[in-house]
Design a protein around this ligand. Structure first.
Ligand code: ADP
Ligand code: TRP
Length: 321
């Protein structure tokens, strides 16, 4: 089984990215052939600052390795190390109906947020389809907001196979963990860098603590029972906690005599405990950047060889061999 996901280097990664996209694929790396890449070309639809793109590209790679992606098991690479992607994108573009792209929520959302309607932003799902199809991926772990893009990928693959009477592409499935489908941000909306409501995965502990302390809660007095399911602090705590810890926290809420301040402190502590080994590994990697470059380069070569195989089949199918 092939498992693939990409993350855009368009800013610091946050808890939503970690639980929605990174952790699911890291947990799956023993279950199949795993490909993880830094989606630089996608980020270029919104990031027009070369130094920032370079820095974020490195940060995403460091974050994945620090959080436990094992380069001995998974192929970690930069999207831009696979130029074959663009030719495949074109071969897919010619069979992609305009209406399919016009229906994409993500494009409409971006325009609604004030981004300029560029061709790149509009064609973004075709590039994403090429990413997924180039490596013959079976499973694509993503957050719920990306599900439609995987469905579009399936439509495009089917159109291509049908138009040319071939069976070049494997049909991918999105993998969305329902328990963590949408991680709430500090304000209760989806956590997203566009909403300025994120907690960074590797943000300084002092900042994280301050953000947690600012999460709005209701005014139930300390001694009274509280509804855990209506509390944002509990929703975030659950992400880090095991089943027993979740149950203990739920009882704390229901019993009363347990304040939101206590819950916030517990959330900060469990975050710190989870992050401690990740921080240590990240510091080590950040002072051995040559090792990181070797990992990315080797990953790029492996990914490129795979993409080339698919591209050759697609070229032959359309008559470009
Ligand atoms: P952002 O919304 O901050 O711009 P991206 O769109 O770059 O984040 O998302 C990168 C990956 O992280 C995607 O797979 C996306 O589905 C996942 N993701 C982002 N935010 C969340 C969230 N709040 N809950 C679950 N998954 C998320
Ligand atoms: N569009 C995805 C996002 O914004 C990133 C991405 C690009 C991706 N190519 C992909 C995710 C292929 C999964 C598979 O998060």
């Amino acid at each position: 089984m092939r498992i693939l996901t990409g993350i855009q280097p368009s800013g610091k990664l946050h808890w939503g990215n970690y639980f929605g996209a990174m952790k699911p694929i890291i947990d799956l790396q023993d279950k199949g052939e795993t490909f993880v890449f830094v989606a630089q070309y996608h980020a270029l639809t919104t990031v027009h600052d070369a130094a920032a793109l370079r820095q974020s590209t490195l940060d995403v790679a460091l974050d994945f390795l620090a959080c436990g992606l094992d380069p001995a098991k998974a192929c970690l690479f930069r999207q831009a190390d696979v130029p074959e992607l663009h030719e495949l994108t074109w071969l897919l573009s010619v069979v992609t109906p305009m209406g399919l792209l016009e229906r994409c929520h993500s494009y409409k959302d971006k325009l609604a947020r004030g981004l300029a309607a560029s061709h790149g932003l509009f064609a973004y799902p075709v590039l994403m389809a090429a990413d997924i199809l180039a490596y013959q991926s079976d499973l694509v772990p993503v957050g719920r907001d990306q599900k439609q893009h995987v469905e579009v990928t399936r439509d495009i693959a089917a159109k291509f196979n049908q138009a040319f009477g071939v069976d070049v592409f494997r049909m991918p499935e999105p993998l969305i963990s329902e328990t963590v489908a949408v991680i709430p941000g500090l304000d209760g909306q989806k956590m997203s860098k566009s909403y300025h409501n994120t907690i960074g995965l590797f943000e300084a502990p002092k900042e994280v603590k301050a953000k947690i302390m600012r999460i709005a809660t209701d005014s139930t007095p300390l001694e009274e029972p509280k509804d855990p399911e209506a509390c944002r602090v509990f929703a975030l705590y659950k992400l880090f906690a095991n089943a027993q810890e979740q149950e203990e926290m739920r009882q704390n809420y229901l019993r009363g005599g347990y304040g939101y301040g206590h819950a916030k402190k517990a959330l900060f502590e469990i975050y710190q405990r989870t992050l401690a080994p990740f921080r240590e590994r990240r510091e080590h990697l950040a002072s051995h950047l040559d090792e990181v470059e070797d990992i990315l380069r080797a990953g790029g070569q492996k990914a490129r060889a795979e993409a080339r195989k698919t591209l050759e089949k697609a070229r032959a199918a359309v008559g470009l061999d």
